[in-house]
Design a protein. Structure first.
Length: 294
């Protein structure tokens, strides 16, 4: 197979349309279409189903895409190894983590890493859904639940604690709960998307001792949004302590009651384990976490 056509096929399959692929390849839509048609003719098979909404891979196309994905991934790893062939770590580093952690703790600490390794170009991707490290959507992840893929390396680097918080205005208006059972009579705010949430059991505040569930007054699919709702006086929520640290107009309630602990993991692929960029980032994060209270 012609490598140039295979490369174009990979971009088209990833993009889902000739137009978007052309934008990434700096080629016209017709030029991309001609290259794909030529590849299909050389293989004597149809690789894409063409329809009004775009393109979808045929079974044969799926098979070829898996191979192309492996080839592109290996080329990317080799390229980074060649770039990192000096003692100075360099190259692009895409770091993904949850929106709450990424937009608070990471933003406050990543500057130290950038200053120490100016030749590493950091891209921070905040997303509560897990990006796929095996397809290079990101190079390394900080997650608060174990990864599903068995071929990923994951190292526990910290344990995060959750407690209950409210604003002074809310407590003045609705009263301060004295026991966990008192939450039955209070307005609760939760994350609201337990499937794609940043950690398991994130809505533990809804669990009652009798096995039933409390009903929240509001669900927000943003941890930072939950914090803002608390500040507005809307209700009580369970939040990670790192997010609340330094915040005004927020107080901890039921201080004797500890919520569940959430371990944090540093996750990367087997192929990336020898990457100098990954190695120095791993050591940086471990050092920063060691000196932080969560």
């Amino acid at each position: 197979m012609d490598w140039d056509k295979l490369r174009i096929f990979h971009v088209v399959a990833s993009s889902g349309s000739f137009t978007h692929a052309g934008e990434k390849l700096y080629l016209s839509q017709s030029a991309v279409s001609r290259q794909i048609r030529a590849l299909e003719e050389s293989l004597n098979t149809v690789l894409f189903n063409r329809h009004a909404r775009g393109l979808s891979l045929t079974d044969e196309g799926e098979t070829l895409f898996k191979t192309a994905e492996e080839v592109v991934s290996k080329i990317h790893v080799t390229e980074q190894q060649l770039i990192e062939g000096t003692d100075v770590p360099r190259g692009e580093l895409k770091v993904t983590t949850t929106s709450g952690f990424g937009s608070t703790w990471m933003i406050n600490h990543i500057r130290l890493f950038i200053e120490k390794y100016p030749e590493i170009h950091v891209q921070l991707l905040v997303n509560d859904s897990d990006l796929d490290l095996t397809t290079r959507e990101a190079d390394v992840a900080i997650r608060f639940r174990t990864a599903h893929q068995l071929d990923l390396i994951q190292k526990q680097i910290a344990v995060f604690h959750h407690h209950l918080y409210a604003s002074p205005e809310y407590l003045s208006r609705k009263g301060r709960p004295k026991t966990i059972n008192d939450l039955d009579d209070h307005d609760l705010i939760t994350y609201g998307d337990v499937v794609r949430g940043p950690s398991r059991d994130i809505d533990w505040i809804l669990n009652r001792e009798d096995g039933e569930k409390r009903t929240p007054i509001l669900r927000i699919n943003s941890i930072y949004g939950v914090l803002q709702a608390i500040k507005s006086g809307l209700g009580i929520a369970a939040l990670p302590d790192y997010l609340v640290k330094g915040s005004t107009n927020v107080v901890q309630i039921l201080k004797d009651f500890d919520g569940p602990e959430f371990p944090a993991y540093l996750v990367y692929t087997q192929e990336a384990r020898n990457s100098r960029r990954i190695q120095v980032f791993r050591e940086f994060i471990k050092k920063q976490f060691k000196g932080s209270q969560f």
